[in-house]
Design a protein around this ligand. Sequence first.
Ligand SMILES: [Zn+2]
Length: 593
Amino acid sequence: MCVMTAGCARTSSSSAPPTAGDAKTFLDHVNDTTLKLGIAQAQAGWVQQNFITDDTEAIAAGASQAANDAGARFAKESTKYDKVDVPADQRRMLTLLKTSLVLATPADPTESDELSKIMARLESAYGKGKWCPDPSKPDTCKNIDDVTHIMSVPGNEKALREAWEGWHTISPPMKKDYQRFVELSNKGARELGFADTGTMWRSKYDMPPDAFTAELDRLWDQVRPLYLKLHAYARMKLHAKYGDSVPADGPIPAHLLGNIWAQDWSNIYALVSPPNADPGFNLTDILKKRKMPALDMVRTGEHFYTSLGFAPLPKTFWERSLFVRPKDRDVVCHASAWDVDYVEDVRIKMCIEPTAEDFTTIHHELGHNFYQRAYKDLPVLFRDSANDGFHEAIGDTIALSVTPEYLVKIKLLDKAPDTSRDLGLLMTRALEKISFLPFGLLVDQWRWKVFSGEVKPDQYNKAWWDLRLKYQGVAPPSPRGEEFFDPGAKYHVPDNTPYTRYFLAHILQFQFHRALSKIAGCTLPLNRCSTYESQEAGKRLNAMLSMGQSRPWPEALDALTGSRQMDATAIIDYFAPLSTWLDEQLKGQKVGW
Ligand SMILES: [Zn+2]
């Protein structure tokens, strides 16, 4: 069988043209190898994150490298079958192999090696990034957690500005590497037949890359009016708080929204909270008062899914997951969901505290696990979400069902508050979800322009701030010339992780929630609907989840929602009461910048 190496592929292409039989043999091999390497990678990653040592890091890095190398090899080899007539499911697998790559390394070994080294340097520049207010005292340097904390406390404009500028000192040294990374990754993408890396990223959405871009514009236009209102209201309140540091009718300074990237405004809730909007209960207090153990919180989350008709989680889930922070060692506590054997060995890894946030996160992480189990019987290459926005959206969809009525049903709350109290809950959610949308969109808008060459290296920073102004309506707190490289101060840029998936997930979760609520027969306002205990909703959800990525995503979307189009109007429905209230608050105020 001649499918193991690139060298081998070259030999065979010089002989007879490949046949449909060769394609089948190739795909069988790819499915087998992907499974083996994927399991090895998941096992090594699990051990590394649960027992952080130099050795486990090396083992995990080796397993990842093996899986990534194979992925790159398979992508290249799949182009051999571009013109071979094969059955539709095999054609889809061949296409997925090519479009699933985030980074295509050039065939030239020197260039490929250079690119790997650049990627490692960029990642470590971010990972080790520190703001050192006084370089003569290295122990006062601040890492990302410290800066995040400073940015989260509103009040002191100068302190926030210094922290914001401080964090952005980590990225100028990345600029040269990033420029070279763009050249080399584009070269690799062109070898696979794509115009550039950005086009390769946009090619994975079952439609021509340009049509996908137009789809994003359409979705943004649907939600933009709501964002503009939230923006104008926040600006009004920030102007009252900070005076002329915040213009009455211009863009909001990027350092005053409670987050380094102004992508989540939850931390300014106290400044913008609607009056009389206290829902009258505090889930964190309830969980703490009851001393609810982590295991019971996870059982409650599982029960949500079994109430929809899903099978209970396997015994191994309870034996192998991590639920509480171990006392004896360092672990990566960032919540995550795992699918170790691609079949039944699903797990979550969290350091659960009795808080409302963790309670919701459990529902979110389990969403990944139930998705993974739903598609476990498909060929390995189809065991993923319909597009990369779907996986994140599922967990969040279920988290939207954690409503006061649900809390009453599971006996955590005696009585749901009156809907007149909803403004507080809606504002909380809007500060987290609506504020994110423009940022979720613009990160890749910038990268796509950079990859295509429309934005040249001498305009990297200008283009970044043009987009932040256009979409988010934020401005830097001080002039940012090309001596800075502000995109690099966001993890996903040096780490080269595509970002559009988060925008899609934010749109899709509301669309899913609206569709499932309707199926469940909910007649309450959308923000009060919970699909808990609806077998009908569970059936429709499972119909979509069990398709994995075996079919184009519009079909999967159709299986759940009855529509083949993404639709952001569910967001408008969900936030309707808040939107009306904002209209009243904004009478006579300028909206926009
Ligand atoms: Zn997630």
